[in-house]
Design a protein around this ligand. Structure first.
Ligand code: AP5
Length: 257
């Protein structure tokens, strides 16, 4: 089956002045999901598969920062320049910068097609800010997916990742290789290794995850939104597992979602 055309998400990636093509289709019960899990667990890969099935946009905060890093340096605000330095080291970008960026793009959270938030929130402060905004807008979250994988597999996934510089499709040198080495199957763009996928940055990112992001598991558990998903096996089997968990949780709480 041909996958539905992928909205270019420019309103998310470039900011609210830009308009997405095609505009995401509004649906009766939009999925509003957060994807949690350690760096490299496969959130981006799952978000891409899920958006084809659920028709919700994949909104990654890391992607916004990486797009900014490709801009001319004099077009960047001082806060964004500082943010990119944090990112290169593998550290978390300060909450205030991340929140300004997300709030500016809150139209994407209101979008009638729903959303798959990947990489946000990542701290309790970000989660509180998002909760307040969603409550003020009357937009309930459907669920928070927590992907789980042993550490050695996480490191192997990160070290072998390659990303398309044009369409951002994600590959792995052994687990999900492109048909032609170094070339994206989807758009022919060149594949590159992210700066923060080098060993010294991977260690910093995993430490930042444990310190700042793991507490969100308890936060969303208390809100009754958390769904655990084992991230072992093929991406397609993990996606099926995710869809089964979502269907079961929606059936159990039809009035809330
Ligand atoms: P971000 O872009 O969010 O990175 P991340 O959370 O570290 O997650 P990754 O993109 O590394 O991994 P993923 O889980 O999406 O895995 P993927 O699907 O690619 O953030 C980058 C940086 O930006 C942060 O470090 C921070 O500095 C900053 N930032 C962003 N948001 C922020 C925020 N809210 N607050 C503060 N700072 C923020 O898969 C990984 C590899 O595994 C790929 O090669 C893939 O092909 C392969 N793979 C996937 N699934 C499978 C499978 N089932 N089997 C085998 N291989 C697989």
């Amino acid at each position: 089956m041909a996958s539905p055309s992928k909205p270019d998400r420019v309103a998310w990636i470039q900011g609210p002045a830009a308009q997405c093509h095609p505009a995401p289709e509004a649906v009766a019960k939009p999925w509003r999901l957060i994807l949690l899990g350690a760096p490299g667990v496969g959130k981006g890969t799952q978000a891409d598969l899920l958006r084809q099935r659920l028709r919700a946009c994949h909104l990654s905060t890391g992607e916004v920062f990486r797009a900014a890093s490709k801009q001319n340096e004099c077009e960047l605000t001082p806060a964004m320049k500082a943010a990119l330095e944090y990112m290169r080291r593998g550290d978390l970008v300060p909450d205030a910068t991340v929140w300004d960026m997300v709030r500016e793009r809150s139209g994407c959270l209101r979008c009638g097609g729903g959303f798959l938030l990947d990489g946000f929130p990542r701290t309790l402060s970000q989660a509180e800010s998002l909760k307040q905004l969603m409550e003020a807008e009357g937009l309930p979250l459907t669920a928070v997916l927590n992907y789980e994988l042993p550490l050695d597999e996480i490191v192997a996934r990160l070290s072998g990742r390659r990303t398309c510089e044009k369409c951002k499709s994600v590959y792995h040198v052994t687990e999900r290789p492109p048909q032609r080495e170094g070339v994206c199957d989807r758009c022919g763009g060149a594949l590159y290794q992210r700066d923060d996928d080098r060993p010294q940055s991977i260690a910093v990112r995993l430490e930042a995850y444990e310190r700042s992001t793991e507490p969100l598991i308890e936060f969303y558990k208390k809100l009754g939104l958390l769904l655990h998903v084992q991230a072992t096996g093929s991406p397609e089997s993990i996606c099926e597992r995710t869809l089964a968990a979502l269907t079961a949780s929606r059936a159990a709480a039809p009035a809330q979602t």
